[in-house]
Design a protein around this ligand. Structure first.
Ligand SMILES: Nc1nc2c(ncn2[C@@H]2O[C@H](COP(=O)(O)OP(=O)(O)OP(=O)(O)O)[C@@H](O)[C@H]2O)c(=O)[nH]1
Ligand SMILES: [Mg+2]
Length: 612
């Protein structure tokens, strides 16, 4: 029996391979599994114009020959002729989506560089036309050096030409093409796409110009970091009037309660526990809203996916793939959805690494802690060029978390979770102007989540702390906090954190902050309110209290602590669930507390040595 020649359909996911396969083979197909894997093998018989029957194989979609999933592995092995028991294809039909030319050309170049007989099916031309794209197939053929046949699989357009090209391709002369790296192929894909596109509508042209700038190899990252920088500046600059107004309102209510209620436990509970404690967290609502305003705009406009693309290279350099970017980005809101989002990472060690570093991304619960310390200790002045020093320090804290995460990832990938980084390509969504209605809903949801936290977990923990601080009552001449249960506990912990510059109040705030990081702020506010001997002293703003009681090195050490410390029970719990055991959450707790202790210590001692 003479073997039929074999033709394989290869291309990115959704290029229209299966649609072409169905159109070319009709009912003459056989569907089975590839041996040993649950990947479907679809083969069928096709008759070429010269009467020769060939075997046509439809392969799973793939982004490249370095496989990142079992599907891609099959495609790669079959194409390279490495699949056991499977004859290598004699001809490859490379299916390209004409409306997504640039993206699909990245993989196309890798296939063409193999030097096998290749015919390109420039598919989905109808969609390209609908998008206002006019293409020049001969120019593409010239650029790629292989035959290009325009097709519309679902309308059976171009099928005869495709069959004719398959029949004759093996007789063509080939000039071998160089093998390029992924980055080189991306650059080249852009150039080839530009050369193929004759005309496009104004918006489409604008969008591709935007991409040329925003995804530029060095301009892109510069713009991204400039944007992040502006965001952190705005978090301080724009929020201040609102935060001041909120703070004033809460102080006003506190004074009012003092006036109308008889002194006693209930009044103390309201002023010291609820208003000083929970109120001190609520004042950060404007900052949370501004931060999420930017995040939502970046998502809705389509820029976020571009940011992921830009970060991909940076992530590869520490052994992570761009697939980790979205989970890590979500962790800036909260590590819990971030850790849950790692389920989309196929490689288990990639995923574990991402889970372990997710808590280092500065979650929004840290913002109140950072903001209160920065507002109290970092002067509100510019460092030239209109750049605010406070925003700069906040930016620095976020960067410190990111750098810490990258270094930890690098270390983990060489030890506990060793392995190679997997490649990453994602579809870029279209640019869009964010819709104001959607933005408002998104902001409202975020604000509500924050206020609900303040009303539930932060409220409960602060009240428990207030009780522990208020009893037993101090004798005459005795300090209330020292006499209280909480004070006794804190004195025990203070011994441990004394070497890194923490005083008793700071030590005390670390315990309830395990429930939620913001509670560190309400804890400090409640502690100072309880400790105040007179009502006048009680009304002093938290910032002034901090300035009076802490030194600058202490404040900086506290900030450094919160960059690393795993101060959130829910994160530990979700890590346990996602890793199926206590081993990794325990490791996470240990390494993060270790880093927090070391870096707070280094900060405290170097700041002291510098005479700050
Ligand atoms: N308008 C239009 N739609 C097409 C064309 N070719 C395929 N499609 C549609 O595009 C979608 C994806 O096509 P498939 O053939 O499943 O793509 P595929 O390359 O096999 O995708 P994977 O198997 O996931 O790699 C289907 O809904 C097809 O009907 C085309 O030329 N024009
Ligand atoms: Mg398919």
């Amino acid at each position: 029996m003479s073997r039929h020649r074999k033709v394989a359909l290869v291309g990115n996911p959704n290029a229209g391979k299966s649609a072409l396969f169905n159109a070319l083979t009709g009912a003459r197909q056989k569907i089975a599994n590839y041996p040993g894997v649950t990947v479907e093998r679809k083969a069928g018989r096709m008759v070429l114009p010269n009467g020769e029957p060939v075997e046509l194989v439809d392969l799973p979609g793939s982004y490249g020959l370095d496989p990142t999933s079992p599907d891609e592995e099959v495609t790669s092995q079959v194409v390279l002729g490495e699949f056991p028991g499977e004859q290598a294809p004699d001809v490859i039909v490379l299916v390209i989506d004409a409306s997504n030319l640039e993206q699909h050309l990245v993989f196309a170049q890798e296939i063409i560089a193999l030097g096998k007989p290749v015919v390109v099916a420039l598919n989905m031309l109808d969609l390209a036309e609908r998008d206002g794209l006019a293409l020049d197939p001969p120019a593409l053929q010239e650029a790629l050096g292989v035959p290009v046949v325009p097709t519309v699989a679902v309308r059976r357009r171009g099928l005869d030409d495709l069959a004719a090209a398959i029949a004759s391709v093996e007789t063509l002369e080939y000039s071998p093409r160089p093998k390029l790296t992924l980055t080189e192929r991306r650059v080249e894909a852009q150039a080839i796409a530009q050369g193929t596109i004759l005309s496009e509508t104004r918006t489409r042209r604008l969008h591709s110009r935007l991409d040329t700038v925003l995804l530029h190899p060095w301009l892109g990252p510069v713009i991204l970091f400039a944007l992040l920088f502006v965001i952190f500046q705005a978090v301080f600059a724009w929020a201040t009037p609102f935060a001041d107004a909120l703070e004033g309102a809460i102080a006003g209510v506190s004074v009012f309660v003092q006036d109308v209620m008889p002194s006693g436990l209930v009044r103390d509970f309201i002023t010291e526990g609820v208003l000083a404690g929970v109120g001190s967290v609520v004042v950060f609502l404007p900052q949370i809203v501004i931060l999420f305003f930017f995040i939502l705009v970046m998502e809705a406009s389509g820029y976020m996916a571009r940011a992921a693309f830009l970060m991909d290279r940076m992530m590869q350099s520490v052994g992570l793939s761009g697939r980790s970017f979205i989970p890590l980005l979500s962790s800036f809101a909260c590590a819990i959805p971030g850790i849950m989002a790692t389920r989309s990472i196929a490689d288990p060690r990639d995923r574990l690494t991402t889970i372990l570093i997710a808590p280092l991304m500065t979650c929004s619960a840290r913002l109140p802690v950072y903001a209160v310390i920065i507002a109290a200790f970092i002067p509100n002045r510019t460092v030239g060029g209109g750049i605010g020093l406070q925003g700069l320090v906040l930016f620095g804290l976020y960067v410190a978390g990111i750098l810490g995460a990258m270094i930890v990832a690098l270390f983990l990938r060489r030890s506990l979770t060793s392995g190679a980084a997997s490649g990453f390509i994602m579809e870029m969504p279209k640019y869009q102007l964010p819709r104001p209605g959607d933005l408002l809903i998104g902001l409202w949801q975020r604000a509500w989540i924050f206020l609900r936290r303040a009303g539930t977990i932060i409220f409960v923990v602060t009240v428990v702390l207030w009780l522990l601080l208020s009893f037993p009552k101090a004798g005459p001449g005795e300090n209330q906090v020292d006499a209280s249960i909480a004070g006794q506990l804190a004195n025990g912990l203070a011994v441990v954190v004394e070497p890194i510059g923490f005083n008793r109040d700071m030590a005390l705030s670390l315990i309830p902050a395990m429930a939620a990081r913001e509670v560190a702020v309400s804890s400090l506010a409640t502690t100072y309110a309880v400790e105040a001997e007179t009502e006048d002293a009680e009304a002093v703003a938290l910032g002034d209290q901090l300035r009076a009681r802490w030194t600058l090195p202490m404040a900086l050490a506290f900030l450094a602590w919160f960059v690393f410390a795993p101060q959130c029970m829910s994160t530990i719990a979700v890590t346990r669930r996602e890793t199926n055991g206590w081993k990794w959450p325990a490791f996470m707790l240990l390494y993060l507390f270790g880093l927090a202790y070391i870096f707070a210590g280094i900060t405290y001692w170097s700041a002291t040595a510098l005479g700050l």
